[in-house]
Ligand binder design. Structure first.
Ligand code: IVH
Length: 699
């Protein structure tokens, strides 16, 4: 959407505006909007941030401040208008300009050959050019822009009428609020697409829910469509939705304008939209002249379906020429010029045989369904968490039910529903225990919570789970320890609690079968190394309720030493970003409890780092202070997260993309566009993995 000349200008303009804004408010407002829109496009559509977060926030605040002073200057497409104030009461119904149709499905090469034959017959031609693009698994939306301004966003609804969700749509930062369609005389345009959630964002969101004791959302698709219907736009904004647009369903053009040439083919139309600043599959889509090539591509693509950042459930094949599309027309259900090629289902049915109850590290008792083994998406599923009693009741599950199981991508498997029509009458109710299945103490279900808990903190199940969590990869990363060893050591009395990890009697371990000298040494080294883990990992490892990895970082960054938290009351904790009253209460309670303080004393005495080393080492001492890094390609010498930690430890920063702010690009195997871009810029030092390690050593 921006020529490179404009980009340079806007980047410079952003830097100037950080220093001073124009004396004329109207000009200043326009300039600020231009650079903010540009920064949003770079960040959300191109994944190449050009401004640091603080710089962006400063510009945003300046714009907001000016608009408050000059309210008559506020327009619907100002970036400030993404941030909605009030809650919606409900979503009004709107009719789509053109009905939103579905797609016909194909599942194999034969179906595709059939479809191609029908297409050629209908169009009356021998060969057809096809365009192939991913089929995104999210919630479909329809957007209307008038005179270049986003006027309306709607859900699909029944295809004819949808729900008007404009305010929520504006929370999707990759969608432009205004575009330069007027240049082509286009006065009104309706565009279709899919709202999706990045798999990473989804996983992080579910991890946070789990830390809060909430049932995770089933899959990114449900998360996206559920989020679009949340009545509080601020909450929608937090969920970081993305969108991809794949179809122009309608437009009107003023007389006297020529139609952009691109608008003769589907391929051209999505490239044109991309140029205007819309997120489209412009980079992923492919054009083929023969169905055999389409089939080959479908096959290959399916092997790599998990490489995309979003969930895809197939590919969509579309006749490229709009003229041919018009000739072929639609049925009342789907266009005849497009078809979905569905990937192998990640759903299967199985029998629910029994439900077991597992006690977690916070005492929560989780029902786990044991089903007949069934392969789904390359793994055999036998066990599925049912999260809590409410989920079991809502789904009306019974022992003996045939259940529909889904496993999407990296997402954990879950039971979609029982197939009630297959019941024989022999199915049995699922009975929840009244006492802990491990220590036999009575269970409690605190008010407003969905889980039953064993409140005996010495319950062996909880103690073992707490040790496992402390040693886990994302906490202290004592890899060779593993769940099985923790359980074994605990059962044998070699390990009683978390500090006990640092006092294991190795002579006793050596006497156990299966522990050679090498595995003992490995374990000892891993335990020794864990003593130097940064404070956020220790805090995360303590397994405080509601404290996930992000919250642990927030807490660690706020103090110089973990014991500083002894003096923090709930009021002070709530002043931290994203800390609400619930988190504050559990954190304060944890650090005020005598047993926990004693445990921290023991850890400290064993040499475990409990200080925030970043805070205690002035940034300037880090040899890479002020330097920025980015990693690209497949790294063989170290993991990306490890390398990023090394940079941050030395005071350097990691950037999200190649820009003039980047100092070093570290390239692994098969580096692609980032490397090209860095070379073009000419200001970025390009390092191999070894050169990077040398730099770290030397700094
Ligand atoms: S084209 C007339 N393209 O799949 C245009 N749909 O199962 C019809 N979908 O309702 C839609 N990715 O919500 C199209 N690249 C893509 C798509 C796509 C996902 C969704 C869309 C549609 C559903 C049909």
């Amino acid at each position: 959407m921006y020529a490179s000349k404009d980009e340079q200008y806007l980047y410079k303009q952003a830097k100037t505006l950080l220093e001073k804004t124009s004396a004329n408010a109207e000009d200043a407002i326009q300039q600020l909007r231009d650079v903010i829109n540009y920064a949003d496009w770079k960040y959300y559509v191109q994944s190449e941030p050009v401004l640091a977060d603080v710089e962006y926030d400063t510009l945003f605040k300046k714009l907001k401040h000016l608009e408050e002073q000059y309210p008559e200057q506020v327009t619907a497409d100002s970036p400030t208008q993404r941030v909605a104030m009030g809650l919606s009461e409900k979503f009004p119904a709107v009719s789509h300009l053109v009905p939103m149709l579905s797609l016909d499905n194909t599942y194999n090469a034969e179906d595709l050959l059939d479809w191609d034959r029908k297409c050629r017959e209908l169009a009356g031609v021998d060969t057809i050019e096809y365009c192939v693009e991913p089929k995104y698994d999210g919630a479909s939306i329809s957007l209307v822009y008038e005179d270049g301004i986003l006027k309306r966003g709607a859900t699909r609804g029944d295809g004819v009428m949808g729900e008007e969700i404009t305010t929520n749509i504006k929370q999707i930062r990759s969608l432009p609020l205004s575009v330069a369609t007027k240049k082509s005389g286009i006065t009104q345009i309706e565009i279709r697409g899919e709202v999706v959630i990045h798999k990473d964002v989804f996983a992080a969101y579910n991890a946070q829910r789990a830390a809060e004791g909430l049932a995770p959302l089933a899959n990114p698709r449900n998360a996206a469509s559920g989020t679009l219907r949340i009545l509080d736009p601020k909450e929608v904004s937090k969920r970081k939705l993305s969108a991809i647009l794949y179809h122009i369903s309608y437009y009107t053009q003023e007389q006297g304008h020529k139609l952009p040439e691109a608008l003769q083919t589907h391929y051209g139309s999505l490239q044109w939209l991309y140029q205007l600043g819309f997120p489209t599959p412009a980079k992923e889509m492919k054009v083929f002249r023969h169905i055999d090539e389409v089939i080959k591509f479908c096959d290959e693509f399916e092997q790599h379906r998990d490489d995309l950042p979003f969930e895809v459930d197939g590919l969509v094949i579309k006749v490229n020429s709009f003229e041919l599309q018009d000739r072929m027309g639609m049925t009342s259900h789907h266009p005849r010029w497009a078809v979905a090629y569905k990937f192998k289902a990640r759903q299967a049915t199985s029998k629910l045989r029994k439900v077991e109850f597992q006690v977690g590290r916070t005492g929560s008792v989780t029902p786990v369904a044991k089903i007949d083994p069934v392969p789904i998406g390359g793994v055999t599923v036998t066990s599925i968490s049912l999260f809590n009693e409410d989920v079991v009741r809502e789904k009306d599950l019974h022992i003996g039910d045939t259940v529909l199981v889904e496993r999407a991508g990296d997402v954990i498997p879950y039971i979609v529903k029982p197939l009630a029509e297959l019941r024989t009458g022999e199915e049995e109710k699922i009975v929840f225990p009244t006492h802990c299945p491990v220590c036999n103490e009575p269970l409690e279900r605190p008010e407003e919570e969905a889980v039953w808990r064993c409140i005996n903190i010495s319950c062996p199940a909880q103690v073992v789970e707490r040790i496992i969590h402390f040693a886990s990869k994302d906490a202290m990363d004592i890899r060779s320890m593993g769940d099985a060893n923790v359980r074994k050591f605990y059962e044998l009395g070699l390990l009683k609690d978390i500090p006990g990890i640092y006092h294991i009697d190795w002579d006793e371990v050596r006497k156990l079968g299966g522990f050679g000298e090498k595995s003992v040494t490995n374990l000892q080294t891993a335990i020794e190394n864990s003593k130097q883990q940064p404070l956020n990992r220790v805090i995360y490892g303590l397994g405080i309720r509601h404290v996930g990895e992000t919250m642990a970082k927030t807490l660690a960054n706020a103090v110089s030493h973990i014991k500083d938290l002894y003096d923090w009351d709930e009021e002070k904790l709530v002043s931290l970003e994203d800390v609400g009253p619930k988190v504050a209460a559990t954190v304060a309670h944890f650090f005020h409890t005598h047993e926990n303080r004693h445990m921290l004393d023991m850890l400290e005495a064993s040499g475990v780092n409990l200080a925030n080393q970043k805070k205690n080492t002035p940034q300037t001492e880090g040899g890479l202070s002020g330097k920025t890094f980015l990693f690209t390609g497949t790294l063989n010498r170290f993991k990306r997260s490890e390398a990023e930690e090394m940079v941050e430890e030395k005071g350097g920063a990691i950037l999200g993309g190649v820009s003039s702010k980047l100092n070093y690009l570290v390239v692994g195997e098969d580096a692609g566009s980032k490397l090209e871009k860095a070379k073009k810029l000419g200001t970025v030092a390009i390092l191999t993995e070894d050169e990077f390690l040398d730099l770290i050593k030397g700094s």
